[in-house]
Design a protein. Structure first.
Length: 379
């Protein structure tokens, strides 16, 4: 650290453990903790309800789906570290450069074995520690108050997230079909480039006329611009006609064929090329690599107009008007890529906010232009 305090160096590291609750939560829903059957044409009310209850037997052969864990299963762990250097200029500007790293080890990955021995009627799922991940990122941030009323912040990240499975529930197939070693590639959520910029302007207010001054004071205008590269993807082959029904592998790639083709009539202006993919003749992993296709990117500009109303000494009322995606820039999800299911799987069918999952699409980025008015009371 420099003696005048304008140069700062920060470093940190840690080890974090996961309990694996995502994979464990599915076990109570299957054998030997549950059983179900169907009785069509039964009239109500029921007489002798106990006679309709399905029996749970611990004797082989076992039911269609059995979930288990390796007896020597370890807690998944993550090693994380970061190093940052920040430099200020003239007391008003600041530039920071940060390197972040992460290594996930003994992560959970589910493997499926179809009828591994005569004791099993169907699929035997086993969760084990053969998943791993790595993440590296370089982040650059610049901050500056452009004037007494205007401030700006600009950030850029260049990163790469890699793993051989991006959640606890894949692959659902035997290692002989989907190898944990050969599936190491970009994560499902990998974002290689990410840019964001924000500016806040405290609007000037009129003076001289008390009524006009009261109406025009305490207003601020904020703008945020976000742009990033797309999530990676690959095409899928549905194994519905095989013993491993409802599972997916990847197709073979056709040499010399472009993966994307331009088409101004489909969302995003391009679609996957049907001629670039072929379903393998046998149940195996195709020659296409995992997440080898760069998907659609994302760009959005938001505006906010805010005013504060002081109420006495303790209370403040904030009025806020937000315009999300004010330029109405279209953002789309990646195509489904299930190549046996028709033309709709080769092109995007949803706007991005409809395909991110999680919260209500209304609160997700990537939708059409929308406006929101709100009041917030703080005390």
């Amino acid at each position: 650290m420099a003696t005048n305090g304008d140069l700062v160096l920060r470093a940190g590291a840690g080890v974090f453990y996961d309990l694996g609750l995502g994979a464990a939560s599915i076990v109570p829903s299957y054998w030997p903790n549950s059983a179900f059957t169907f009785y069509p044409g039964v009239s109500l009310p029921l007489n002798g309800v106990s006679s309709y209850l399905p029996a749970i037997s611990l004797a082989p052969p076992y039911s269609d789906q059995v979930y288990a864990f390796r007896p020597d299963l370890k807690l998944p762990r993550s090693y994380q570290w970061n190093l940052a250097i920040e430099k200020s200029f003239a007391g008003k500007q600041a530039l920071s450069v940060t390197y972040l790293g992460q290594a996930g080890r003994d992560l959970l990955r589910k493997e499926a074995l179809f009828q591994p021995n005569p004791n099993f009627n169907g699929l035997f799922y086993i969760t084990q520690n053969d998943a791993f991940s790595n993440y590296n990122a370089l982040q650059v941030q610049y901050r500056r108050p452009l004037s007494s009323r205007l401030q700006a912040l600009v950030s850029y990240s260049f990163s790469h997230s890699l793993d051989n499975v991006s959640n606890d529930f894949l692959s659902g197939l035997s290692n002989t079909v989907i190898s944990s070693k050969n599936d190491y590639a970009s994560s499902d959520f990998d974002v290689r480039h990410s840019f964001s910029g924000a500016a806040t302007w405290e609007l000037p207010h009129a003076t001289g006329i008390p009524v006009v001054s009261e109406v025009t004071k305490e207003w601020s205008l904020s703008a945020m611009v976000v742009a990033r590269s797309g999530f990676p993807m690959n095409a899928h082959v549905y194994l519905g006609a095989s013993a491993l029904a409802n599972q997916f592998t990847r197709p073979d790639l056709v040499a010399g064929k472009p993966v994307w083709i331009s088409n101004t009539e489909v969302p995003g202006g391009q679609a996957l090329n049907p001629a670039a993919f072929v379903v393998p003749a046998t149940v195996r992993q195709g020659t296409e690599g995992r997440n080898d296709i760069s998907g659609f990117g994302f760009a959005q500009t938001d505006l906010s107009l805010t005013r504060l109303f002081p109420i006495g000494d303790r209370f403040r009322l904030q009025f806020r008007a937000d315009a999300f995606n004010v330029l109405n820039h279209p953002n789309f999800t990646n195509p489904g890529g299930y190549i046996q299911f028709g033309a709709s799987q080769y092109q995007s069918t949803k706007m991005l906010n409809q395909g991110l999952g999680g919260l209500n699409p209304l609160f997700q980025a990537g939708g059409p232009r929308s406006l929101q008015l709100s009041l917030k009371l703080t005390f």
